[in-house]
Design a protein around this ligand. Sequence first.
Ligand SMILES: Nc1nc2c(ncn2[C@@H]2O[C@H](COP(=O)(O)OP(=O)(O)OP(=O)(O)O)[C@@H](O)[C@H]2O)c(=O)[nH]1
Length: 248
Amino acid sequence: MIQTKSDSKVVAILQDRIQLITQDQGAIYLVGPINLPVNLNGETVKFKWYSWIKRDEIIEDDEELINQLTFDNLAEFQQSSVLVYGDFEGDDDALIRFHSICHTGDIFGSKRCDCGYQLNQSIKKIVEHGTGALFYLANHEGRGIGLFSKAMAYILQEHDYDTVEANEALGFDDDVRSYSDAIEVLKSLRHKSITLMTNNPKKIAALKYAGLPVSRRVMLWGDRSEFNEEYLETKVNRSGHIREEELS
Ligand SMILES: Nc1nc2c(ncn2[C@@H]2O[C@H](COP(=O)(O)OP(=O)(O)OP(=O)(O)O)[C@@H](O)[C@H]2O)c(=O)[nH]1
């Protein structure tokens, strides 16, 4: 039994911004929208931001959910979020990016991959398009193997393993990411068609399989250099990514 401690004012403020998305087992708790002004290459752009957690149990009472937070140790785990731009519910077409977290590329600007470039470009393209969302998928590090394992995979890559071989040598599949929670969140925010920004056909397949109306895809290649050339080639040759020139 959880001890009640939130005062009614706190619950009243938060409850309109907490959405319960029930699933077969448990639920996703989506909090937002929250105003988020973002510095996009020197310009301030206003987004709406949401974050979510998933629990095995369904907690319908917002006060109980809030009271549980201090017991959850959430900082020890990863939480995903979504940055939304424009009239996301109403506009006919929305540009969507499902971006897998890359600590080295997104935060440090590592050139061993193209992730940092893709993150920045996708936010820019969403704003240019007028409506869209960037899903930042925080439990996807290293295509789902976690940061520590990715560090080991990087060491193996310094010894002639490619990205796929390195994952497999550590006992993982090449790609162990799941998009299902993000798909549920997207469904709760928008019903109309979407354009997906990706070079990965598996992402498109996952979204279509889940019943999302993906009308189009646009490519997101760039930042090729001597440091990531092999990584990008492996994506095409071993992981099934579509090469830049093959995309319309
Ligand atoms: N295991 C592993 N993961 C990596 C490596 N380099 C980058 N990543 C991770 O790869 C993920 C991005 O996946 P990618 O295969 O680059 O691209 P994608 O998301 O499948 O496809 P796009 O939508 O076209 O970007 C991020 O989670 C990165 O942390 C690596 O050498 N090994």
